[in-house]
Design a protein around this ligand. Structure first.
Ligand code: ADP
Ligand code: ASP
Ligand code: MG
Length: 412
């Protein structure tokens, strides 16, 4: 008998029929004697629909009110799933995040989980209930409803698994595991049996939406065994593991990640003196905006250009902040570009192999794709390119690094 936390994504609970299907699946595990905590997302499209309603009323809705609104999506699915399970004769109880004391900070729309009190869940589990907890939501110290950022149900599931010391956290979704890249963009992408936490963390943070980055962080930190599986077909899925593959098995590149949610800001002609980078970025940070890639040009005539990327949703606020900074620093102008994307190759094998960057840049050059920014770490190389090249860049890199099934069979 195991304690398993199972998260079902939006597509998996997208219709009443699918909710009934999830209930059958959960009941199957209960019948085998397992204790189950289920974390559903909102029905697919619902969170976007709610965001649309808010935007129809206000260009910049108050984040606190956004959270009150967005958290309703998951409240619908927990109740429907509990009803479905009870109909099948499987006792189940639904709870909102606040009801099971998922404490977060007060960063509305991107709150972080700080603590979970598992006492009430344990009582229900001991009494034989399936416990259903709304994903993506929590409550701050003042009792305000908070949400955890898009894709946040993954994080709820992993955090619950950590708090309950579950035997496994299973993320059920509409693909049967983690692939070498998004299989919707490259149809020959290959499912990975295993991926290291380190690589998964990079892939998630570089845009692979199959897992929310904080979910991977939590799982790594608290050693939660994590698996990505399909709701709709049986299979082993992908295990996220701390084990490194042995050197023979280890590919140089494990995957290609990309993100369309990027925007670039440039402060042109800022004084090239100590302290300027901090003066530019501190006010952006104060608005709780995360800065990603940063490039500062070599100074000419005592001035320099300073470019960085942010999430596209934060562009308007970041631009406003920069206009203030520009005036204060006496810069020439502020430029913005939302038509960019970031494409990254990821692999722990990169540590012991030279030449990955060259191969990446040559591949992009051969397709006539101009690179606007570059950043590297030990196990990844990211480039910013015009968004119109996104799919071409991902496909050509997937081919160049021989990531598809037929490439692997060829070398076996
Ligand atoms: P859910 O609603 O179940 O949380 P998501 O849409 O958030 O589902 O995540 C699953 C999607 O992630 C897949 O449909 C796929 O298009 C996308 N995806 C992006 N990168 C990858 C990858 N490397 N492997 C698998 N899926 C990926
Ligand atoms: N419903 C939320 C979203 O669409 C959370 C999630 O699905 O994980 O982002
Ligand atoms: Mg998701």
């Amino acid at each position: 008998m195991a304690l398993i936390v199972q998260k079902f994504g939006g597509t998996s609970v997208g219709t009443v029929e699918r909710i009934l299907g999830v209930a059958q699946k959960v009941k199957g595990f209960v019948d085998q004697g397992h204790e189950i905590v289920v974390v559903p997302s909102a029905m697919s499209g619902e969170t976007n629909r709610l965001i649309g309603l808010a935007r129809d009323i206000s260009e910049r809705p108050l984040p606190r009110e956004m959270d009150v609104l967005l958290s309703t999506g998951e409240q619908v699915t927990i109740a429907l799933l509990a009803m479905a399970l009870n109909e099948l004769g499987c006792p189940a109880k639904s709870y909102t995040g606040a009801q099971v004391c998922i404490r977060t900070d007060s960063a509305h729309t991107k709150a972080r989980i700080q603590a979970i009190d598992d006492a009430s869940m344990r009582i229900d589990l001991d009494l034989g209930y399936v416990v259903i907890v709304a994903g993506f939501q929590g409550m701050d110290d003042a009792g305000n409803i908070t949400t955890l950022g898009r894709g946040g149900s993954d994080t709820t599931a992993v955090a619950l698994a950590a708090a309950l010391k579950a035997d496994e956290c299973q993320i059920y979704t509409d693909v049967d595991g983690v692939y070498t890249t998004d299989p919707r963009v490259v149809s020959s992408a290959r499912r990975l049996d295993k991926v290291t936490f380190e690589e998964m963390l990079e892939m998630a943070s570089l845009g692979s939406k199959v897992l929310q980055i904080r979910a991977v962080e939590f799982a790594g930190k608290y050693n939660v065994p994590l698996r990505v599986l399909s709701t709709f077909e049986d299979g082993p899925g992908t295990l996220i593991t701390t084990e490194e593959l042995d050197a023979m098995e280890q590919p140089i590149i494990s995957g290609i990640a990309f993100s369309r949610d990027e925007a670039k800001l440039t402060l042109v002609g800022v004084p090239d003196v100590p302290g300027v980078a901090a003066k530019i970025l501190a006010p952006v940070g104060h608005k709780n905006i995360e800065v990603d890639m940063i490039v500062q040009n070599v100074g000419v005539d005592q001035t320099t250009d300073f470019t960085f990327t942010v999430d596209r949703n934060d562009l308007d606020i970041a631009f406003e902040v920069l206009e203030g900074v520009s005036t204060a620093l006496g810069a020439r102008e502020v430029r913005q570009d939302a038509k960019i994307c970031k494409v990254s190759v990821v692999g722990v094998g990169m540590r012991s192999h030279a030449g990955v960057a060259t191969q990446m840049f040559e591949t992009l050059a051969a397709e006539g794709i101009n690179i606007q920014m570059i950043s590297t770490s030990e196990i990844k190389i990211s480039v910013v390119v015009d968004e119109k090249y996104l799919e071409l860049a991902v496909r050509s890199l997937h081919t160049a690094f021989e990531l598809s099934e037929k490439d692997v069979q060829k070398t076996a």
